[in-house]
Design a protein around this ligand. Structure first.
Ligand code: ZN
Length: 164
């Protein structure tokens, strides 16, 4: 019988941590970049997803600027673990919209955040949802190559995060 000493426990803990740090990190290379004008009246979230899907990829990052006719964005309540939606039924500039493309439940998914600029110069923003209508939008997309990037449910945050 092996005696459980403090030393062996310590060694074990160290090994676990070491294993964690030695885990190879996923590396990605840029396969292609593209610029695309998104169409007036279309849904921003779906348009971003479709531009990547049309190019046959499920991995990428994007940046967009332009303007919207109206927008729906969300704020994640960390305590309740739910998204609270905010609706803006007015035109606004897309000062910045950035995000990434990966796989959720076997399907391509967009994770985007948007900063909207209003007529009075104030800004509001949040997590991009379907329901944001494009006025004009210029998308810069980067298609990545590497290990499949998949989102799975994370107990701690209640979010679907990239699998470790
Ligand atoms: Zn988000």
């Amino acid at each position: 019988m092996v005696k459980d000493t403090g030393l062996s426990r310590q060694k074990h803990e160290f090994k676990s941590r070491w294993d964690y740090f030695e885990k190879p990190m996923a590396r990605y290379t840029i396969k292609e970049t593209f610029l695309e004008r998104l169409q007036n009246g279309e849904d921003l979230y779906r348009s971003i997803r479709d531009t990547f899907q049309r190019r046959g990829t499920t991995m990428g990052i994007f940046f967009a600027i332009g303007a919207v006719r109206k927008a729906i964005v969300a704020f994640y309540d960390q305590g309740k673990k739910t998204y609270e939606n905010m609706r803006f039924d007015e035109s606004a500039e897309i000062l910045s919209c950035t995000g990434n493309i990966s796989i959720t439940e076997g399907d391509i998914s967009v994770h985007g955040h948007i900063v909207l600029g209003f007529k009075d110069g104030t800004t509001k923003g949040g997590h991009l949802l379907e329901g944001t209508t494009i006025f004009a939008c210029e998308l810069f997309g980067i298609i990545l190559e590497g290990e499949p990037l998949e989102r799975i449910y994370d107990e701690i945050t209640g979010l679907k995060l990239w699998s470790p």
